[in-house]
Design a protein around this ligand. Structure first.
Ligand code: 5GP
Ligand code: MN
Length: 340
């Protein structure tokens, strides 16, 4: 962060703080938010974490989860609470996203809020709305950036098992358990410090990866055996899931997470795409290997973005039309997808 001295003085007296993360938060979004919340609470701030939607059960074990204000489609109460918290906040932290459009109705409320805004994120092409920024696209996780911010504040002595556990969860998942190409020496250094402070790699991994429902595994089996399509001429794999299919397997929030990676695990595949019907829209997940930028494709054609090798997007077309659109844009990328 450039103006760290001013930021330090902003935090020097107890304030009303709101932490917001992105729609359908993943472990990095929630872990960095709850880790930062626990850290700020230790300095006497009054802190609330708001999520623009629900999130999967495999994240609900994180320390501080019970305090999260999660917006819900069928209940206006959390949104009213979130609106009041944003209005009276003195500092608003935006974590693991950097385009206010990604938090739906909360975006404009935050844009118009009088609070001092702080952006902590690692996605490409951020919107510049915050007075303070800890933005680093080279960092594998926002959780790692929270660690580095605490370090820059000279407050590493405040790290405890609660904070470390939340941050480790984000670091572990956004690096794909330390195997994606965003995993640098730095990620291992941060992981090492978090473990020293009480994060338990085994139990965190178990709670996130080994708490599947049988339905989720059956859905995975169905997708792999019936829905995974490979287009060798484009080195591309894709999968689609309709509302009916998701219903048939009793799919819950988070059950589709990770499916897209199976496509990328096929030898020779450079891009994998998962498209599924979220009712309001079709959600797309993109993953790629090497220099092929799914960020560019998602941004150009699917109102999305993210990182070079992991991006998301959406489409208001039907599932069939969305697939047709993807197939129609592939020729534009054929040459790039065929490069080594
Ligand atoms: P996922 O496919 O797991 O939802 O997302 C992959 C990555 O892209 C994550 O880092 C996620 O935060 C980001 N992402 C997902 N959807 C969007 C989007 O609509 N816009 C932007 N800018 N990033 C996204
Ligand atoms: Mn992240």
């Amino acid at each position: 962060m450039k103006n760290i001295t001013a930021f330090k003085s902003l935090l020097s007296k107890p304030a009303a703080v709101v932490i917001v993360t992105h729609f359908k938060p993943d472990a990095d979004a929630l872990g960095s938010s709850l880790g930062l919340a626990a850290f700020l609470k230790k300095s006497g701030h009054s802190v609330s974490v708001i999520t623009p939607s629900d999130y999967p059960d495999f994240l609900a074990w994180m320390p501080g989860n019970e305090t999260v204000v999660a917006l819900a489609k069928d209940n206006p109460e959390p949104e009213a609470k979130a609106t009041a918290l944003i209005a009276k906040a003195e500092i608003i932290f935006c974590l693991d996203f950097s385009n206010l459009s990604r938090i739906n109705s909360l975006g404009d409320k935050i844009r118009n809020a009088t609070a001092t805004k702080v952006l902590i994120d690692h996605h490409l092409e951020p919107e510049r709305f915050a007075m303070y920024e800890q933005w680093d696209p080279a960092s594998a996780s926002t959780a790692g950036l929270i660690f580095e911010l605490i370090e820059a504040l000279g407050e590493k002595d405040k790290l405890d098992a609660t904070i470390a556990t939340c941050l480790y969860a984000g670091l572990m998942t956004d690096t794909g358990s330390f195997k994606h190409n965003n995993t640098r020496h730095r990620e291992f250094q941060i992981a090492s410090e978090l473990v020293r402070c009480g994060a338990n790699p085994h139990t965190i991994a178990q709670q996130i990866y080994d708490t599947n429902s049988l339905e989720r595994l059956r859905l995975t089996g169905f997708v792999l055996s019936k829905k995974l399509v490979v287009l060798p001429e484009y080195h591309t794999a894709y999968m689609t899931l309709s509302q009916e299919e998701l219903k048939e397997f009793g799919a819950q929030t988070g059950d589709t997470e990770g499916l897209v990676n199976y496509g990328l695990s096929i030898k020779g595949v450079k891009m994998s795409v998962l498209m599924y019907d979220r009712k309001e829209e079709i959600k797309l997940s993109f993953r790629s290997l090497g220099t092929f930028s799914v960020n560019e494709l998602a941004r150009k054609y699917f109102e999305g973005g993210g990182h070079r090798n992991a991006s998301g997007g959406q489409s208001k077309l039907s599932l069939d039309e969305t697939l047709k659109k993807l197939l129609a844009v592939l020729p534009e990328y054929k040459q790039q997808l065929n490069q080594d």
